[in-house]
Write a protein that binds this ligand. Structure first.
Ligand SMILES: [Zn+2]
Length: 306
């Protein structure tokens, strides 16, 4: 099957030209059946088809394109902790927020540490924490709220973004799930927390797993696999990994995150797997692996409209 080229029309062709060999989506998804697509005005935004039917919801995922940052942070780095100039990061936030449709000065940031602490945003006081206010939301990989007009944001460069929306109770959640978070089941804990705090039923929750490293790009060793054995059965592990026989494995984090949602009671049909790999597309997405750590951060955002 012919690989589909990245369908994005931008002026920053330098990004595309330099990495033409990497202009590919991961298979086996066909373009017609994609789960994500690019909404492009001045700044491209990755959107999820599964959320398209909910106009009350704002969601997006950033790319490297359309910002002002330089060198390895080129161009739309959204993190203040990657050595970028504060003014650049602010300008990038302003541009991305305008493209997605929220007020960037009301963003609430996670503070990711590859663990499972989840913060419930239940007060207006939290609006702006991390961007225009010093934040007391620390060591937090998951954010949940039912408040409108407060955009929540988590950060990425290969790790897995988990988006959750309870369409019945109007609750949103975002979580960062690298392999450690996946083994610790942050996805399942988010579903439980939404149930505990808001009475969300897993069957009402729609989940999108965002752009992140694919099975072909993600090689791990025995240390990771041994930890995965604590969470997954031998049969599940067989589906999640390819044993290369040299103590190395290819790991499917996307499928592992989906399994976590299913174990938490979310129906298969409510979960969209990603069809876009950060590492395969490191020309337009930040990838920790592809850049050997020389990279900025992408971000996932979610908000309930007022
Ligand atoms: Zn890949």
């Amino acid at each position: 099957m012919q690989r589909k080229k990245f369908d994005i029309k931008i002026d920053e062709t330098i990004l595309l030209k330099k990495n033409e060999d990497k202009l590919k989506f991961i298979e086996p998804y066909s373009f017609e059946n994609r789960t994500t697509y690019i909404s492009y005005d001045n700044v491209p935004v990755i959107k999820y088809k599964i959320f398209d039917e909910y106009p009350e919801l704002i969601t997006g995922f950033s790319t490297r394109v359309g910002g002002v940052s330089k060198k390895h942070l080129f161009t739309l780095n959204l993190s203040f902790s990657r050595g970028d100039d504060t003014e650049n990061v602010m300008e990038n936030h302003r541009r991305f927020a305008e493209a997605v449709g929220y007020d960037y000065q009301r963003l609430v940031f996670s503070d990711q540490v590859h663990q499972t602490h989840i913060h419930i945003i239940d007060s207006e006081e939290d609006a702006g924490k991390g961007i225009v206010k010093i934040s007391d939301i620390l060591e937090t990989d998951g954010l949940i709220t039912n408040l409108t007009d407060i955009p929540i944001m988590t950060f990425y460069a290969d790790c897995v973004p988990l988006y959750m929306y309870d369409r019945d109770k109007s609750v949103i959640g975002l979580a960062h799930s690298g392999w450690k978070g996946t083994v610790a089941d942050i996805g399942g804990r988010m579903i439980e927390k939404m149930n505990e705090v808001y009475g969300s039923k897993p069957t009402d929750i729609i989940c999108a797993i965002g752009p992140s490293i694919c099975r072909d790009c993600y090689e791990v060793d025995d240390v990771v696999i041994d930890r995965l054995r604590e969470r997954y059965t031998a049969e599940e592990l067989d589906k999640l990994t390819d044993d290369k026989g040299n103590g190395k494995y290819q790991l499917d984090l996307h499928l592992a995150c989906k399994l976590n949602f299913i174990k938490a009671g979310v129906p298969d049909a409510n979960i969209a797997l990603p069809d876009l790999c950060t590492c395969c597309n490191s020309n337009i997405l930040f990838s920790h692996r592809a850049s050997k750590g020389m990279r900025g951060n992408l971000a996932a955002v979610m908000m309930l409209r007022a």
